[in-house]
Design a protein around this ligand. Sequence first.
Ligand code: PFF
Length: 507
Amino acid sequence: MANNNQSVHGIWRNRWIFILAATGSAVGLGNIWKFPYITGEHGGGAFVLMYLACIALVGVPIMVAEVAMGRRGRQSPINTMSSLISEAKAGPAWKAIGWMGALAGFLILSFYSVIAGWALSYVLKMATGTFVGADQDLAGGQFGDMLADPSGLMLWHTVFMVLTAGVIMRGVNKGIESAIQILMPLLFVLLIVLIGYAAKNGDFSKAVHFMFDADFSKLTAESVLVALGHAFFTLSLGMGAIMAYGAYMPRQASIGTTVFAIAGLDTLVALLAGLAIFPIVFANGLEPSAGPGLLFVSLPIAFGNMAGGQFFGALFFILVSFAAWSSAISLIEPATAWAIERFKTTRTKATIAIASIIWVLGIGTVLSFNDWSEFHLLPGKTIFDSLDFITANIMLPLGGLLIALFVGFGMKYHHVYNEMQVKNAVFFNIWYVLLRFVTPIAIGIVFISGLLPECSLMDESLLNAETGECSNPTYMQPRVIGGVILAIAYIAIVVKSLKKPARGLSS
Ligand code: PFF
């Protein structure tokens, strides 16, 4: 089967390049824009702890599984799934992992590119002194004006898509590898400079308390779902991006230690981004729960009122743009690699076709901030909010769940064992148990409990159609019951399947 040592698309020059590329995929708007504002919206410390638990118990095991699948298949995620399925003699329904992943990539990049466009336009605004001496009115007004102007948003969305396509077109080695080697070191240097600024000029201790003092009464089922969804989003899991990059990984590199490095760096950047942003927010008496505008309203005020802020502010949004860029290329690579394999076409043509479709989809997000802001795809959610919710909180965890089940139960044990280049069987066994039992149950419970309605379906009068919230907080929550039933059903299925003869190493 495809268990060869080469991919038609190329191979990373060494293990470090893979770490850099996967970290580039993981570190993005999720860390610098989304993590701070969702932490703000969900009350701080307790949310951060949930997020860290999700990274450790769910994210890391799934990332290991995705890299192993990619390297074994050596093709685009869709074709890798076909190879792995025939190797394991598993059912064709597992192909859903590849297809759903590609679809998630289209949808995510369609809104990701619009937000990255905001960051690009803020580099210019900052550098030209728009925010010098800014107050809340000026910064809020600038942000509002930008959102109200569809043609401006389209322009920056287009620029970002062209930048992304430009890298992907040049291929794995000349394109992705070269870009990543410049972008990633720069990104780390910029982040450290900005933390130095926040520590000197911001309210650092308030930020530390906000991020690390845990008040569990603030956690709701939805917060836990958001923490899980974000763990997937930030590590680029559940949609094949990491599987696609894994396909270009050198055969002899150990997957376990590599993944620890990537997840560790990604988590570090998210926490450091919080420590760069919240001190500034608090020092200016602003609210951490400002939502998606946190980065684009609160920070410009702070930068606008400091010596050298024009320069550092521009630097900050360059950082955000670089981070977004290195992630976007991994969002588009799985579908591009598939199109090259499927249609035997050139990388340039495949990139243009895929990027154009995503560009068109992005129009929905652009309009959701202005002309179509009243149009709701999901209750109370604009097109942008709905795409964000459906991809991060449904498609990625579902993709991750299927990946865990496929590697844990679908693939042959000895194939998985061999692919992992195991040096320490204890670590392998811990991972295998986590992947088969802990990860699926954790995703299942969080997933079902977060998605089920808070109110009884029998009594819709208690449900607020706009917000989806239950007006009677003491009402018995079907979410909890749903989660428990799912966990019991899963354990029963697993126990039953374990009674079958074990798959030996020689099979
Ligand atoms: N991990 C990226 C971020 O945190 O911004 C977003 C992302 C990239 C999600 C690639 C999914 C993906 F496949």
